[in-house]
Design a protein around this ligand. Sequence first.
Ligand code: A2P
Length: 327
Amino acid sequence: MGIKLAVVGATGMVGRKFLEVLEERNLPIDKFYVFASAKSKGSVLKFQGKEYEVEELKEDSFDRGIDIALFSAGASTSLKFAKIAASKGCVVIDNSSAWRMDDTVPLIVPEVNPEDIKWHNGIIANPNCSTIQAVVALKPLDDRFEIKRIVYSTYQAVSGAGMGGYDDLLNGVKGIPQKKFPHPIAYNVLPHIDVFLENGYTKEEMKMINETRKIMHRPDLKITATTVRVPVFYGHSESINVEFNRTFEMSQIFDALKNAPGIVLEDNPSMNKYPMPINAENKDEVFVGRIRRDESVDNGINMWVVADNIRKGAATNAVQIAQLLIK
Ligand code: A2P
């Protein structure tokens, strides 16, 4: 027997991708529901060859035995509706930032900490897109060489800001003023993702720092981050500088990454081969390359990590969590 599954925020950038990934992975779904805001009520979405009418999300939306709901409708919607859904016996997999740092909510990347699924109380959080791809690459290295410090510098696609971000770049190259970002993103680079906090960091930067610690079960890990929006539609790129407590040979670093789940090594400088967002688009793997020793410290490396932020960074990771749950 199959499950009853709902997508909340189904008309959005990530919501639409949920439908695509669910279809590809052929989850055993008996009943399927799509929710969005009142604005989208009555519009139609296609799934597995059938048409589904979008319903307005309401407090009684989960009163019909829904087993799993994938949420991507923003933090305020999740704050209001995830608990309601969970109280009706539904397990919510939430893509917003609302519950990620809640101690009673596991934050899961299936390649890294699948064991945390055991202690959920009806809500499971999907990490921030830039964190997901980073920890997939860092986990096999932490297991072997014990990470001492991480420096993140990101180059993030506009689709990470939803439809509005995508439209700003599309319109920006035509000279139409931006609506979502505070400055033009076409032909520009913005060292600013999400809001600024009192410590001078952006919220996106603090998400990367705090979420990495929680997922890797390393609460005291030293991490710093600079997150940057670049004029790319899909695919986040990250320069990651890592220092380890243990010594290593570079061949051991390559071996650890080569044999880790969810990673594709793309590292052949003589052939100009390295990860790029244009090649990662629509893929589920995390691509790693430009791996080299950091000669300025005792035990460090630099690497370049790229993934499709809407797939592995959001929809694919959430669907993988649903697959873990069903298993
Ligand atoms: P709608 O399209 O009806 O506004 P994105 O991140 O691409 O902007 O998408 C956000 C998603 O969240 C959309 O599907 C949007 O629906 C949905 N959404 C926004 N606010 C609400 C709300 N209050 N209740 C339900 N869905 C919402």
